[in-house]
Design a protein around this ligand. Structure first.
Ligand code: SF4
Length: 178
């Protein structure tokens, strides 16, 4: 009995390591630019803060059901440790200066996602909301806009994947950007 168990365990271990023992010792050749682009695009840490209702969708996206960490997105509480700022919610005039300040505290290279119609253009407040900024791109440069009020978690994930594509296409060493 013990022998049979040992054999089946060995078979399972073999099945798990599909790539194991499939290659000889080898060398992978790629440009340093591409390797850096790949590494940076698969580990963008995002700044964890929310401004209004869109932030609830952002939290849901980071929670267990959608699990943002699957695509390398890890939340950070400090702008100094973050690569991506997700502006999730209504940016009031009062808050806009704080958003700009937080953006400036992030280290380069840094990216911004405008999540939802408020962050993109003022949303439901675009006409009569005297207190609302008509798009966060008036104070910080935006890389990806995600439409919706609020956008669903799938939309946010799509936007983040687009950002990852953009980062991957960058060539930081040769200074060419996508
Ligand atoms: S876009 Fe809609 S859901 Fe998002 S913060 Fe504005 S009003 Fe709220």
């Amino acid at each position: 009995m013990a022998v049979i168990e040992k054999r089946s365990l060995k078979r399972k271990v073999k099945q798990l390591g599909l790539l194991e023992h499939k290659f000889q010792d080898n060398v992978v050749v790629a440009s340093m630019d591409k390797l850096l682009g790949w590494a940076r695009s698969t580990s963008p840490w995002f700044f964890q803060f929310g401004l209004a209702c869109c932030a609830i969708e952002m939290m849901a996206t980071a929670a267990s059901r959608y699990d943002l960490m699957r695509i390398g997105m890890i939340p950070r509480s400090s702008p100094r440790q973050a690569d991506v700022m997700i502006v999730a919610g209504t940016v009031t005039m009062k808050m806009s200066l704080r958003v700009k300040k937080l953006y400036e505290q992030m280290a380069d290279p840094k990216y911004v996602i405008a999540m939802g119609s408020c962050a993109t253009s003022g949303g439901p407040y675009w006409q009569h909301g005297y207190h609302v900024l008509k798009g966060v791109d008036l104070v910080v440069p935006v890389d990806v806009y995600i439409p919706g009020c609020p956008p669903r978690p799938e939309a946010l994930i799509e936007g983040l994947l687009k950002l990852q594509e953009k980062i991957q296409a960058e060539r930081p060493l040769t200074k060419k950007t996508a």
